[in-house]
Ligand binder design. Sequence first.
Ligand code: HEC
Ligand code: HEC
Ligand code: HEC
Length: 274
Amino acid sequence: MRKTLKTISLILFSALFLIGVADNADAKRKKKKIPKKPKYVGAAKCNGSCHDPYYQAWVNSPHGKTFDILKPGERADAKKKAKLDPEKDYTADPQCLRCHTTGYRQRGGFKPAGSKNKKGKDTSTKIDPEEPSKEQVGCEMCHSAAGGGQFRVVMKNTKGDFKKAETEKYGQRWDYENVCTRCHNHPKSPHGDGKLDYAKAVATVHPTEKYFNEDNADQNIVKDGKVKDRAKEKAKSEEKDLRIEDWKFKKGKLKFAKGTRPYSSKKKKFYYKK
Ligand code: HEC
Ligand code: HEC
Ligand code: HEC
C-alpha cells in the first residue's frame, strides 16, 4: 500500500514538474529576442493585434496616401504651384521619397520601383494597395529615429506595459511637435514654408475614437487604468528636441548630411538640437 502511494505521488510530482518546465519554456518562447539593429518594418506590422484603430485611422489620414499623390495627374494644381510637372511620375524620384514614404535610404526602409542589389536582383518594396505600409509616411516616420524593428519587440514582450525610457533606448522618440519638421517646413521642401498649426494638425494624424470597438477595446492605452497613461512620464527626447536630418544629393542619390542624424544605433544615443 505504502509503495503504491509512493509511486503515485512520484508520478504526480513528476507530472507537475514537467508541466512547470513546459510552462517556463512557453514563457521564454513568447519573449522574443530584440534584433541587433533598428530597421524600418512598415505600418502594416503595427496593425493586427496591437494598434489596429491607429492603423485604420492612419490609412484614412493624409499620411496614409503620401505616396499616391506622387503619381502622374494627382493634385495637378498643387504640383503646378510648387513648380512641379503634374504629368511626371514622381513615385521613384529621390527628391520626393524622403518625405513621402517611410525610411527611404535607411535600413529596412522604402525602396522604389527599379531598385536592384549588386547581383541585379529586384529589391524594390512590394506594394499592396489593400494594406498601405512602407510606401506611405507610416508610424515610424513620427515615432522613431531609425526604424521601429527593435522597440516593437520591447512593446510586444511587455504587452504594452513599458516605460518610455525602455523603448527610447532603441530609438523611439517622443518629441512629437518637433518631429513634424522632419518634413513640414523642412528647408529641402519644394512646397514653400506654409506653417503647420500643430495643435490643430495633430488631431488629424490618427483620430482613433471611431475605430475602437468590442474586438479591439483591449488595445486602448489608458482603458480602466489597466495600462499606464504615458502622458505623465517624461522621456529624454521630450525634454529637448532631437536633431532633424538634412540631406543632399550625390550622383542622384540622397545622402544624409553629416552631423544631422538624431540617433546613433551603435551608441544607442540621441543627438539634440543645439
Ligand atoms: C522636405 C519634405 C518634402 C519633400 C522633399 C517633398 N515633399 Fe511633397 N509634401 C511635403 C509635405 C510636408 C506636404 C504637406 C503639405 C505641405 O507642406 O504643402 C507635401 C505635400 C505634397 C503634395 C500635396 C500638396 C497639396 O496642396 O495638395 C504634393 C502633390 C507633393 N507634396 C508632391 C511632391 C513631389 C512631387 C515631391 C518631389 C519633387 C515632393 N512633394 C517633395 C513634404 C515634402
Ligand atoms: C504624422 C505623425 C504620426 C504618424 C504617421 C503616426 N503617429 Fe502615432 N502619434 C503621433 C503623435 C503626435 C502622437 C501624440 C498625440 C496623440 O496621441 O495624438 C501619437 C500617439 C500615438 C500613440 C499613443 C502613444 C502613447 O503611449 O501615448 C500610439 C499607440 C500611436 N501613436 C500609434 C501609431 C501607429 C500604430 C501609427 C501607424 C499606423 C501611428 N501612430 C502613426 C504622431 C504620428
Ligand atoms: C515623413 C514626412 C512627414 C512627417 C514626419 C509629418 N508629415 Fe504631415 N504630411 C506629410 C506629407 C507628404 C503630407 C501630404 C499629404 C497630402 O497632402 O495628402 C502631409 C500632410 C499633413 C497634413 C494635411 C495637409 C496639411 O498641410 O494640412 C497634416 C494636418 C499633417 N501632415 C500633420 C502632421 C503632423 C502634426 C506631424 C507631426 C506630428 C506630421 N504631419 C509629420 C509628411 C510628413
